[in-house]
Design a protein around this ligand. Structure first.
Ligand code: ATP
Ligand code: MG
Length: 406
């Protein structure tokens, strides 16, 4: 098909029901759309009450469309052709468009919306006039009101007339950020990127927290986690990646706790650190990729021993999913192939041969008494490194020492 589009009309999702918060939702969605299209300066993006308009100004429609299908908070969108607001021209363009898109055996309907009430015809008159012109030019023309093959939408706006005939399904969900901020514990595995995606879907703006234990973990493992975070930016814009220096804590746990408790105590420290980072950075929730029964650290017993260190809500979006279900999503969001790259992360390096599936809380507390818990958590939090990841990319030069802001 050789139809050239001038703009894309974006319809919002669930947010249209949000009453007083509506303006906030719309602004946030517009910001997210701008972010995922930031490298295309020719686009002009405006968001109004019930829809957003993206003027293409020559940009590649297919690329813009592909990116829009991933942005949460969009119900659907329609590429449109802009034509002058004069009846002879509108008629001519409708015929030209139908020559491209309408074939024998298909049914059609015209659906007009008139935002400019001063236009010479009202919407019913327009539907009739444009329907007639289709009948005049196509001997096989057949109207059908319910589920026609082609619905031609005609919008008479203040600046021009817009014609569209396709509704492309959006990602649904809520605009990222409208539910507030959360901190995603992002490992290099399959589950945590999927958990992050699902939190984004319901409007949580995520910051990705990754624990690295150099030299026991490699730069490759760190890069992999950043690449995974980059994959998540397509759903709602830039993500702050937070690298936590975890070596001191892991070495201390290894020295002071018995094998069977290494995993549980490591997780308890991760939870403490992520909770502190969350608090300092205005997060409301912790998100992780735990899935019930998947490994020893993810039995209900382990999960409660780990969770005991915080009162902050912990969202586990994949907790009830089977591995296959998680993998299906990982493939859809294009993180799977990255996740299965073989880089040891801090848990595999220190993983005991047989972790406790039912750790006792008293024992955890007992072993932790041998350690300077507060001091180590403090140092880990002070040592975090921030990277802004945007547009599916990350740039080493953008790293900043978080300690400078404290
Ligand atoms: P994943 O596939 O996401 O790595 P997993 O099945 O390997 O999950 P675990 O290794 O037991 O599970 O980790 C459980 C959760 O703890 C992870 O989903 C993640 O949220 C968090 N986690 C584990 N390791 C790290 C890490 N190095 N940095 C940040 N979070 C981590
Ligand atoms: Mg893992």
């Amino acid at each position: 098909m050789t139809v050239l589009y001038d703009e894309i009309m974006v319809r919002y999702g669930e947010l249209s029901t949000k009453g007083k918060n509506r303006g906030y939702f719309i602004n946030r969605l517009a910001k997210n759309i701008r972010e995922v299209l930031a490298d295309m300066p020719e686009l002009k993006i405006t968001a109004v009450r019930d829809r957003a308009h993206i003027e293409l100004n020559g940009a590649d429609y297919a690329e813009v469309s592909n990116r829009l299908t991933k942005v949460f908070g969009i119900q659907n969108f329609s590429p449109s052709i802009k034509v002058e607001k004069s009846m002879p021209i509108i008629k001519k363009e409708v015929v030209a468009l139908f020559k491209e898109i309408y074939s024998e055996g298909q049914t059609f309907k015209i659906a007009t919306r008139r935002a400019d009430h001063n236009f010479e015809l009202d919407s019913t008159e327009l539907n009739i006039a444009l329907g007639d012109i289709v009948f005049d030019n196509f001997s096989y023309a057949k109207v059908q009101m319910k589920k026609p093959d082609i619905t031609l939408r005609v919008e008479i706006r203040q600046d021009a007339t817009y014609l569209s005939f396709e509704d492309i399904k959006g990602a649904g969900g809520m605009p990222v950020g409208t539910a507030g901020r959360g901190h995603l514990m992002l490992s290099g595995g399959i589950d945590s990127p999927v958990a992050g995606y699902l939190a984004l879907k319901r409007g949580v703006e995520i910051e990705a927290v990754h624990f690295a234990s150099p030299p026991h973990t490699s730069p490759g493992a760190l890069k992999k986690a950043k690449d995974l975070a980059a994959k998540l930016t397509v759903f709602g814009g830039a993500i702050t990646f937070i690298e936590v220096p975890f070596t001191e804590i892991q070495e201390e746990i290894k020295a002071k706790a018995p094998q069977a408790y290494l995993m549980t105590i490591t997780r308890r420290f991760m939870m403490r650190v992520v909770d502190r980072v969350r608090e300092e950075r205005g997060g409301k929730v912790i998100i992780n990729g735990e899935s019930l029964g998947q490994v020893a650290s993810q039995t209900l017993g382990s999960m409660s021993a780990i969770n005991e260190v915080t009162n902050t809500p912990v969202i586990r979006p994949v907790v009830t999913m089977d591995k296959n279900e998680i993998i299906e999503i990982a493939e859809k969001i294009d993180t799977f192939n990255l996740s299965i790259l073989p880089f040891e992360d801090c848990c595999t390096v220190f993983a005991p041969p047989s972790p406790k599936t039912n750790p006792k809380l008293e024992n955890c507390i007992q072993y932790e008494k041998r350690m300077d818990v507060e001091g180590m958590v403090d140092r880990a939090v002070k040592g975090i490194m921030l990277t802004t990841i945007a547009g599916g990319n990350w740039d080493q030069t953008e790293e900043e020492e978080f300690a400078d802001f404290l």
